[in-house]
Design a protein around this ligand. Structure first.
Ligand code: IMP
Ligand code: MG
Length: 187
């Protein structure tokens, strides 16, 4: 067994999308949201921790009245594989009759977004739309043809980190989306 070395992990990872590419994508999505939500007085809910960076970079580009909230639900518990969703914090604002925009890092199998969306609808939200920075391309989605309402990037079926996504708790701060080196996927 080799020692976990976050610096080495970063050095040998493959950059799939640079910060510049991602910023351009976020700008494009912000423009769409500005059109679609302008008169909806929505609540933008960041799904922590992964949605942190995307939410921050999106929010200052939105030019209409909105409120911000967050929830903390994680599926992976710092592991690559895992099934159930662990709720740590629910949104604090009353969602009743409100239009909701959920912001998360990635649509992998989609269990997280489906469960969170159901929760919001259960709170009588008027509508719930979803935005993810990345959609992982594979055939294991929780529902057939599951898609977010807004998707930044399509990424290959590899473990990625950066821009909010972590590897064993590290590198959410990496300036881009990086795929783990094949050797590191085994650790
Ligand atoms: P889902 O429920 O399968 O869509 O899982 C979504 C959550 O799993 C994301 O919000 C991430 O926190 C985590 N996740 C899925 N794939 C990756 C990955 O490649 N890198 C880091 N986290 C991931
Ligand atoms: Mg997450």
């Amino acid at each position: 067994m080799t020692l976990f070395d976050p610096s080495a992990i970063y050095q040998r990872a493959e950059c799939l999308f640079s910060q510049e590419q991602i910023s351009a994508v976020i700008e494009k999505i912000a423009a769409e949201i500005n059109l679609q939500f302008v008169d909806k007085n929505p609540i933008v809910i960041s799904i922590l921790n992964g949605g942190l960076i995307l939410t921050g970079q999106l929010l200052t580009q939105l030019n209409f009245p909105l409120q911000v909230d967050y929830l903390h639900a994680s599926r992976y518990q710092n592991k690559i594989r895992g099934e159930s969703l662990h709720w740590k914090t629910y949104p604090q604002l009353d969602l009743n009759s409100r239009h909701i925009l959920l912001v998360d890092d990635i649509l992998d199998e989609g269990y997280t977004l489906v469960a969170v969306k159901e929760y919001c609808l259960g709170q009588q939200a008027a509508s719930v739309q979803t935005l993810v920075l990345a959609d992982k391309k594979h055939q294991r989605k929780a529902q057939e043809n599951l898609k977010a309402d807004f998707t930044g990037l399509e990424i290959p079926d590899r473990f990625v980190f950066g821009y909010g996504l972590d590897y064993q708790g590290y590198w959410r701060n990496a300036p881009g989306i990086f795929a783990l080196h094949k050797e590191d996927e085994k650790s």
